[in-house]
Design a binder for this molecule. Structure first.
Ligand SMILES: [Zn+2]
Ligand SMILES: [Zn+2]
Length: 216
């Protein structure tokens, strides 16, 4: 099969796939040597595995922006199929472990993944060939939420959306912390940086600075 066309930033290629009933965007990111990372495999494990196989990307690790169930529902089958370790900020481990209970409240089926192999810390870098992603803590939507900053793009999870921000009424949420974190970690990136949110379409830092009603 012909792989779908990725978006490109320099030598980095990104494939975004909306998964599950909450249409959570899983992202496959790879550098020029076709090594890369799978971020937030929320659901639809078979579809994500097919994408990995079609693109031929060697997935070095599964990276999680945070522990909400809609971002982790396909972790277990993909970790097994790819033999890749899972990374999560430790402050989101309690939410991660509540995945099945949270999905149950929506009456959604869910495979509870085993605990992640590795923690994520502020400033930690993830390298696969010529691709480097840097984790930055951005709590407020979830206490251990991180974003992954690449060259010309950022994977934002549920912090900043096109025209919106993450909800802060869930356990561990904090509105002021989220707004402050967006200002500190996202809006300081160059205006032409592409933002890939956990739900909905991509946007840019500059566009959100100018038009996002929650910022400013
Ligand atoms: Zn979330
Ligand atoms: Zn989400």
């Amino acid at each position: 099969m012909t792989p779908p066309t990725p978006r490109t930033h320099g030598s980095a290629r990104l494939w975004s796939v909306p998964t599950g009933p909450l249409q959570e965007n899983a992202l496959l990111v790879a550098g020029s040597q076709n090594q890369g990372f799978l971020i937030d495999p929320g659901d639809d494990a078979e579809r994500l595995l097919a994408l990995v196989r079609e693109t031929g990307v060697e997935v070095q690790a599964i990276l999680l922006t945070h522990g909400h169930f809609d971002h982790i529902g396909a972790v277990e089958p993909l970790r097994a199929a790819l033999g890749a370790p899972v990374y999560l900020h430790p402050a989101d481990l309690p939410l991660y472990r509540l995945g099945k209970a949270s999905a149950g409240r929506w009456n959604l089926p869910f495979t509870q993944p085993r605990d992640p192999e590795h923690p994520i810390a502020q400033g930690q870098t993830f390298t696969a060939g010529d691709l480097t992603l840097t984790a930055r803590e951005l709590p407020g939507h979830a206490p251990g939420h991180v974003i992954f900053v690449g060259d010309g793009f950022v994977v934002a999870g549920d912090t900043l959306f096109a025209g919106g921000i993450g909800r802060t009424d869930l356990p561990g949420g904090n509105h002021n912390q989220l707004i402050e974190g967006i200002g500190r970690e996202l809006l300081t990136l160059p205006d032409d940086t592409s933002v890939y949110p956990g739900h909905g379409g991509w946007t840019t830092v500059g566009r959100e600075k100018r038009s996002n009603p929650f910022l400013g």
